[in-house]
Design a protein around this ligand. Sequence first.
Ligand SMILES: C[S@@+](CC[C@H](N)C(=O)[O-])C[C@H]1O[C@@H](n2cnc3c(N)ncnc32)[C@H](O)[C@@H]1O
Length: 505
Amino acid sequence: MVDFNMAEDQVPLEKSNGEQAPEPTGRPPTGRNGMEAEVLLQEISTFCRRHQMAETTFGRRAVNDGKFVGRLKYGGRVTTSTVERVRAFMTDASKAETNGDGAPQLQGFNSALTVSGGATPQPGPELTPEQNFRFYDNRQKYLMFVNTCSEKWVVADRITQELEHIRPNPPALRLFDAGVGDGTVLARVMRSMHRRFEKFPFYIVAKEISLEDVRLTLEKTPDRFFEHPATVLILTNLNYAEAPWLIPNNPEAAARIVWKEVALQGTTTAEFEQQITELQPFLAENWRASVSKKTGNPVYEKPVVLVLYREDCKFLLDSVIPKRGAIRADYDLVIASQPFRARAPVEFKAKRVLAPLVKSLAPGGRLLGIHSCGGDPALEIIQKVWPGEQPFTTSRHELLRATKNALGRAAHNFSFISNSDAKSLFRYDMHTLPNEIDQESSIGTSTLLAAWNAATYVAQIEDQRLAQVMSDQNYLTATKEVLSERGGLWFFDESYVISRKRDLH
Ligand SMILES: C[S@@+](CC[C@H](N)C(=O)[O-])C[C@H]1O[C@@H](n2cnc3c(N)ncnc32)[C@H](O)[C@@H]1O
């Protein structure tokens, strides 16, 4: 019965009838068993993330087979009894933890691995999650969302509409992206800016606390430098109240700022890409974040400003390239797209994020704010599983009022534009195969999982609650019901504008 190339402690992925299961296919699981494996994999990765457990440790603890999860990922088939065993382990562990009776030793994850950007992970000192903050408690969900939904396209289109309203002054069009994320939105907006303002130099500052996101954003820039040579792109991990001015408010932090200027050599995207890739060690060394014990918010460990432009445009851009100590904000356009967590208090959103950003506007400058607002099938899925759940706590009207208050007397310099729902709300969709949603039976598991992932990502449901509901299939049934009732999955974002009045004199 035992396959000789299977090590002792490996759980034979045998069929329920005891027959030897075929070797892993290396392809994602398919068919009913494939479906089960895919769902189980999703549950295991959520569980491991929440318990900060390596998948090998999980395999060893759940089924005494360190390679279990790996094989499952590679198309290994799984017997129903093993599925039940794995689920029982996860349920017990979660129960043990919630009853606080000292959940069985679940540690064994070495967070240092996440820091060493691409280099072979070397076991390092045990870093607490606080010390080694990674934004978004899970990147898979974020990147899966970005790739399975059209939000970034639709958001970029909405931002592009603002280009019609700005009147940049020499020497450059000045744009600030308040939390660039993976850079998909910014890259699309830079393309639209090139089309609209081809002969204008660009001064673009993108704030981002997450190392992974900075990497993903930089990957999208070589073509931008090629198509629009007169570009100065600045990335910084400073916080919202500092980043527009590229200097920390705290003098001690300002004294230890890491300021790196890179004049890109050459004229081709390949040359730019190579030089940008060579920045990895610098980024891994300096772009670190941890969680503030006081606020629970991510904070940079070292203040960093990275300035990029083409060497062959240095002369042309001399008055655009920021000079330390002589930096002005004066942005024509500030993008504040999903810049804070939905459940953050309105005071935090207004005082700590929007008010400082608004003060960085040039006369005639505009801040465009965008956030999720619900009222869509995605929220229906959430409320089927968590009745009464309301993730989107702050409407654009409340946010504009709170920002006006936070600005105090300076508020009269600005216009607060909430627009009608028809103008403010916009929809984006989850990509599905044509007529896949027509009949309930034809909705594939990957579509169900993608829908569940997108709905819980947008509603920013914490892993702990996710793991609890993913120990049975109800969440998939709820997702399927909404998809077939509504004929697809879409979401609503709402937008608002705060513009700085032009100097009248
Ligand atoms: C979902 S991403 C949005 C990315 C991009 N603007 C977009 O619309 O695709 C959220 C962004 O907000 C930033 N962010 C959210 N909360 C933050 C906080 N408390 N402190 C610093 N940055 C935060 C993240 O770093 C990230 O860039």
